[in-house]
Design a protein around this ligand. Structure first.
Ligand SMILES: [Zn+2]
Length: 287
């Protein structure tokens, strides 16, 4: 993320006047062009004023440096909340409630597809957890965006991303909720074990993890008719415990169960799961 740059300026009013300016951190092209434009104008005005008034240009330069820094900061600030903004006109009253509940316009949801790249997650029936997670997460994003939410996905392709990086992304974007999507597997010989489990950090009372987890769990069960397994309040995962916003981790089924595994690999069942998860998030913000 591009942040405030530091300008180093020097000058003297000896025999000639010269100025050196460089930046320590790079800014993107658009920002740099804006900054140079504003900086150039400011420098010209201050220089002329300094010469006319006979004030040593060093004073002017210090004023310029301060003005320049705040201009750059003001330009970089909106990047912190980049995201898709959907027109108010398309939203129904219930969807509009989503916006009223948050300070920054539409709530920003992080949809985290577990594992990826070299990390396959669990396996079963020729399926890789990382693939099912991503397919469901992409559907959840599509549905949330249709409802007017902003969505950020730490990974959108089959790539490896450390869990710490996912958490850092969510925290730096000041997201309003975090959902991590995973699949389960039963290590024993019983292939009949199946259903949905959801995890949250019940020890952290500063975030409303329980409400989010309960609603996502409840709605995913309702939309799929899957076997209701536990809603665990003892999650000890980085994504549930180190995030600064309400967070939960849903395991949408068991790849070790042949029937559930088959379901999880179909678009129709994934759609139902995504609808349930989206509805849970809607209810969280609307109630
Ligand atoms: Zn997993």
């Amino acid at each position: 993320m591009h942040r405030l740059c530091t300008l180093m300026i020097s000058g003297n009013t000896g025999k000639g006047r010269h100025f050196f300016m460089y930046e320590r951190k790079s800014l993107d092209k658009k920002l740099r062009a804006k900054r140079n434009h504003r900086g150039g104008l400011l420098l010209a005005v201050l220089l002329i004023a300094a010469i006319a008034a006979g004030i040593p240009s060093f004073t002017s330069i210090m004023v310029f440096a301060a003005a320049e820094s705040s201009a750059v900061e003001a330009v970089t600030e909106p990047k912190h909340r980049e995201g898709k903004i959907v027109s108010d006109k398309k939203l129904n009253p219930r969807e509009l409630a989503v916006r009223k509940m948050t300070k920054h316009g539409p709530a920003l949801i992080v949809v985290d597809a577990g594992h990826g790249g070299v990390d396959d997650g669990c396996l079963g029936g020729g399926l890789l957890e990382k693939d099912i997670n991503l397919q469901i997460a992409l559907l959840v994003r599509e549905k949330l965006e249709k409802k007017g939410f902003q969505v950020m996905m730490p990974r959108e392709t089959d790539e490896y991303l450390a869990i710490e990086e996912r958490v850092e992304l969510a925290n730096s974007y000041q997201a309003d909720a975090f959902i991590s999507i995973h699949q389960n597997t039963y290590e024993g010989s019983d292939k009949s074990v199946c259903g949905i489990e959801t995890w949250y950090d019940g020890a952290d009372s500063t975030r409303d993890n329980e409400k989010l987890a309960k609603l996502v769990h409840q709605e995913a069960l309702k939309s799929t008719g899957a076997n209701p397994r536990e809603l665990w309040d003892i999650a000890d995962y980085c994504v549930t415990n180190k995030t600064l916003m309400p967070a939960c981790l849903i395991e949408t089924g068991f790849l070790s169960n042949p029937e559930e595994g088959r379901n999880l690999s179909t678009k129709a069942y994934q759609e139902r799961l995504a609808e349930g998860i989206t509805e849970g998030i809607m209810l969280y913000f609307a109630s």
